[in-house]
Design a protein around this ligand. Structure first.
Ligand SMILES: Nc1ncnc2c1ncn2[C@@H]1O[C@H](COP(=O)(O)OP(=O)(O)O)[C@@H](O)[C@H]1O
Ligand SMILES: [Mg+2]
Length: 327
C-alpha cells in the first residue's frame, strides 16, 4: 500500500489539571492518503481540536503533554520537530489550519488585500504587483464575489461566509498542500455553510489539496469526505470510508450522532441537548462509551480494541465485536 500522507500512530495526549492528569486523546491510528479528504466527527469536548493542534504543534504544553505517539507527515515525524522547524517547514507552508472563528485568524486592522499580499510575498518572495495579481486570483479561486473590491475591505466589512473564504484563500496562498479545517462552518448559516463545504470539496478535487475536516455534524462529513472517524472521549470508536461509517454505522455512539442530525435542514441542533454528559460512575478501564451505552454487556466493562469488521470498516465496541467472542 502506498505510504499515507498523514499517518498518526498511538497518539496519547494528556492535560495536567487541578483535578489531576486527564487523558484527552488516545488515538490508535489515522491514515490519510494524499489528496484525500478525511473527516473527524464527534461532539464538543471530545478532543477534535486537540488532535488538530497537535498536528500543527500548537498545543499549549504545559498543561498539555504528549505521552506517546507519532504524527508522520510524508514519513517525517512532526512530534520530533522543533518549533523553529515547524515554523520554517510546516506551519503555513505545507500545512494550514482553518479555525471555526474566522475573526480570530484575520487581523482586523489590515485590509484583506494587505493580509493576502503579505502572505504571498513572504512565501513566494515576489514583488508587490505579482502578489496583488495572485491575491485576486486566489480570491476568485475561493469564489469570493467581486474579488478586486474585496481586496480593499477590512474583515469586519465582510460577512461570516466571505471571511471564511478569505481564510481559505490565505491558507492556500502560502502554498499549503494540506488543509486542516476545524469546524469551519460552525458559525455560519446553513446556505452559506453549504457553499463553504462545496468549496472545500472543489479544492480537494481540483487542486488535490489533502483535507482533514473536523465537524460535530455527520452530515457535513458525508458531503465532503472520502473517509471518516468517529471520536468519542478522545478515542476512535468507528472508522472507515464515509459510506461504511455513515450508511452502515455499527457503534451505538455513531447511531446517536446520526439520530441527532436534524431532519429539517434549517434547524441546528446542539448535541449537548441530545446526549447528556456522563462523567459520573465511570468504571475505570471500561469501554469509553460504557456509561452512555444502552446496549452494554458484561465484556464492555473492559476496554475495547478497534477491530476490523470488514473492508476498511473498524469499530471499537464489545457488542459489535462478537458479543463476548473477542476478549
Ligand atoms: N488548555 C487545556 N487545559 C485543560 N484541558 C483542556 C485544555 N484544552 C482542552 N482541554 C480538554 O481537552 C478535551 C478536548 O478538548 P477539545 O479538543 O477542544 O474538544 P473538541 O474540539 O472536540 O470540542 C476537553 O475535555 C477539554 O476540556
Ligand atoms: Mg473544537
Amino acid at each position: 500500500m502506498e505510504r499515507p500522507y498523514l499517518h498518526i500512530k498511538d497518539l496519547k495526549i494528556n492535560f495536567h489539571t487541578f483535578e489531576g492528569v486527564k487523558t484527552v486523546l488516545n488515538v490508535d491510528e489515522i491514515k490519510i492518503k494524499k489528496g484525500e479528504a478525511f473527516g473527524i466527527i464527534g461532539e464538543s469536548g471530545t478532543g477534535k481540536t486537540v488532535l488538530a493542534l497537535s498536528i500543527m504543534k500548537l498545543l499549549e504544553m504545559p498543561p498539555g503533554e504528549i505521552e506517546s505517539g507519532e504524527i508522520l507527515l510524508d514519513g517525517d515525524d512532526l512530534l520530533k520537530k522543533s518549533i523553529k522547524e515547524m515554523e520554517r517547514e510546516i506551519r503555513g507552508k505545507k500545512v494550514s489550519m482553518i479555525f471555526q472563528d474566522p475573526m480570530s485568524t484575520l487581523n482586523p486592522v489590515y485590509t484583506i488585500g494587505q493580509q493576502l499580499i503579505n502572505v504571498i510575498r513572504e512565501s513566494k518572495k515576489c514583488d508587490k504587483n505579482t502578489a496583488y495579481t495572485e491575491a485576486v486570483d486566489m480570491l476568485n479561486t475561493v469564489k469570493l464575489p467581486d474579488a478586486e473590491r474585496a481586496m480593499d475591505k477590512y474583515p469586519h466589512e465582510l460577512s461570516g461566509g466571505q471571511r471564511q473564504r478569505v481564510i481559505i484563500a490565505l491558507a492556500l496562498s502560502c502554498g499549503a498542500e494540506f488543509l486542516i479545517a476545524d469546524e469551519p462552518t460552525r458559525n455560519l448559516d446553513v446556505t452559506i455553510q453549504a457553499g463553504i463545504l462545496k468549496l472545500i470539496k472543489e479544492l480537494q478535487t481540483n487542486l488535490k489539496v489533502t483535507v482533514l475536516f473536523i465537524a460535530n455534524n455527520p452530515g457535513l462529513i458525508s458531503a465532503t469526505c472520502n473517509d471518516a472517524a468517529v471520536l468519542y472521549k478522545g478515542e476512535i470508536v468507528e472508522m472507515g470510508t464515509t459510506k461504511e461509517v455513515l450508511r452502515n454505522p455499527q457503534h451505538p455512539y455513531t447511531f446517536t450522532l446520526l439520530n441527532a442530525v436534524p431532519k429539517d435542514k434549517d434547524t441546528r441542533i446542539d448535541l449537548s441537548q441530545v446526549i447528556p454528559p456522563d462523567d459520573t460512575n465511570i468504571i475505570r478501564g471500561s469501554c469509553v462509551y460504557y456509561n452512555r451505552c444502552t446496549n452494554k454487556i458484561a465484556k464492555c466493562e473492559k476496554n475495547q480494541k478497534l477491530i476490523r469488521l470488514e473492508g476498511t470498516h473498524y469499530v471499537k465496541c464489545g457488542i459489535c465485536n462478537g458479543g463476548g467472542m473477542n476478549e
